[in-house]
Design a protein. Structure first.
Ligand code: CA
Length: 503
């Protein structure tokens, strides 16, 4: 494996197999295939979109061909436009929601069940084709399944509700072997600890620019009585084009402090593009719209100066990572995040340029700088953007499902699990509202950790430290942090002598 196209093919094969109940694509594993063949999916309901409740601009049409029933629903143009299916379930359990839809191009649209956001389903064929939102738990009784505009521009034919295949427990048996064979013992100890807990426990996490004694950590502590296990930090202010404008940061010191207090640290890097490429406000220079950088040109050798500038930027971050290595701090390192979203400059030139930069970054930090304290968290968020198993230890997804949405996001979790074979550990590397750990355990969405973003997601924008319940209510946050499946700072053993897994 190891190239994105292969991975995409595999993910698609698994998806089709799940839909038809033939198990995973691992034909070589006869036992797995035989076991999964025992499960036969059953369609418990078919609902035509043209007969569903159509809201706003959504209306019935029958001009296109290939639909079932009397036509299809179309006209998803405004955020309030919806198609609501009234679904009747006789037996509580997990169901795949199989949506049949068509569009001229790739589209994603929102699905909610009884008002709770469940994720999105994909439309990518001009003919009516099926896309599943997997493993939705439905109690017996009537439910409202709503499709609402995200990208819009789809024709929606029908919804089949189908019993979902059971989760193969093997997806939680992930390897602790790091892709960098020279990883330090301390880094291996951390990965071993994460793997030992994966599948049964979930680490709590919180971004806080001002460290574990800063605002976000303190408001979480005030509400829950607990300190998050994982501190999320950002190398943003070490980017040379910000330093040139007077930025300073103590993120590295905060990381050392949290590690020395028994915690775990993760870093992202809102990489502010080199000054040469900034076209607007310098402090927004990680967004593509404030730069004119062409990563494809740089990675193809058509902009050598640009390449040198990027390498100098990497040098600046390597310096900080070396400080962490010298202090014995292993880092859950999540560079070049959310690339497939296309809003950051490193995702603007497509998957190939991004993968080249990711691999270049990996090789420079690992081989040139000898950084052996990094656990590489890939957060490209699309199988086509996967750089290869030899560069990735953990897969991260970032999900902001709205306000006070506590669903487990099992659909996205399973999608990420299926990026690789065998599966890697999957974490919720950024979130807005926090999911309910009870729902995650029920659904099997065993995110290795969550890491809530800072500011309004937990703290009010005031000088006094005050909790913001806009995204996660106080009672809910307290309940989540007290959940027995959740690891907080005081649950972490001494990682300094944690046994390294033999594999
Ligand atoms: Ca139809």
């Amino acid at each position: 494996m190891g190239n994105g196209k292969c991975m995409a093919g595999l993910a698609a094969a698994i998806m089709i197999c799940n839909l038809t109940g033939c198990g995973t694509a691992a034909d070589t594993d006869r036992q797995t295939v035989e076991e999964e063949e025992k499960f036969l999916p059953e369609t418990v309901g078919t609902y035509e979109a043209e007969e569903a409740e159509l809201i706003g601009n959504v209306h019935r049409e029958s001009n296109a061909s290939g639909y079932s029933g009397e036509g299809y629903a179309t006209g998803f143009e405004e955020d309030t436009d919806m198609c609501v299916f009234h679904v009747e379930i006789s037996e509580a359990g997990f169901y795949d929601l199989n949506f049949y839809s068509a569009s001229s191009d790739y589209k994603e649209n929102y699905v909610s069940v009884d008002g709770d956001s469940m994720g999105t389903f994909v439309t990518e064929t001009k003919e009516f084709g099926v896309s599943a939102l997997s493993r939705v738990y439905l109690e017996a009784g009537e439910h409202e399944v709503s499709v609402a505009k995200y990208w819009g521009w789809i024709d929606l034919d029908k919804l089949d509700v189908v019993t979902a295949a059971p989760i193969d427990p093997a997806i939680y048996q992930v390897s602790a072997k790091l892709c960098n064979e020279n990883a330090t013992d301390q880094t291996k100890r951390l990965m071993s600890y994460l793997c030992d807990n994966y599948g049964t426990k979930i680490l709590s996490g919180q971004y806080c620019d001002t460290g574990a004694f800063g605002k976000e950590f303190q408001v979480v502590k005030k509400v829950t009585g607990k300190t998050p296990a994982v501190l999320g930090l950002d190398f943003i202010e070490y980017s040379p084009s910000r330093v040139e404008n007077g930025s300073t940061s103590k993120a590295t010191e905060f990381a050392i402090q949290h590690w020395e207090n028994g915690g775990i640290v993760t870093f992202c890097w809102h990489w502010n593009a080199p000054s040469k490429y900034l076209t607007g406000q310098w402090y927004s220079g990680f967004y593509k719209e404030y730069t004119n950088i062409d990563l494809a040109k740089i990675m193809n050798g058509e902009d050598e100066e640009g390449y040198d500038l990027l390498m100098k930027d990497i040098d600046a971050i390597a310096e900080q990572l070396l400080i962490l290595q010298d202090a014995g701090v292993p880092v859950l390192w999540r560079p070049l995040h959310e690339a497939a979203g296309g809003w950051f400059w490193w995702g603007d030139a497509g998957a190939d340029a991004y993968k080249k930069l990711y691999i270049c970054l990996y090789e420079k930090l690992t081989d040139e700088y000898g950084l052996n304290n990094l656990i590489w968290v890939w957060n490209g968020q699309d199988a086509d953007w996967y750089p290869g198993d030899e560069y990735v230890d953990i897969i991260g997804e970032d999900i902001y499902p709205g306000e006070r949405v506590y669903t487990s996001q099992i659909n996205k979790y399973m999608e990420a699990v299926n990026y690789t074979n065998p599966p890697k550990m999957v974490v919720l590397s950024e979130n807005g509202c926090v999911f309910d750990p009870d729902l995650a355990v029920r659904d099997g969405a065993m995110w290795g950790f969550w890491c809530t973003w800072g500011s309004e997601f937990v703290a009010k924008n005031t000088s006094i430290f005050s909790y913001s319940d806009q995204y996660t209510e106080e009672d809910a946050l307290k309940r989540f942090y007290e959940n027995e499946a959740v690891i907080t700072l005081d649950d972490i053993p001494d990682l300094g002598d944690y046994p390294i897994r033999e594999e």
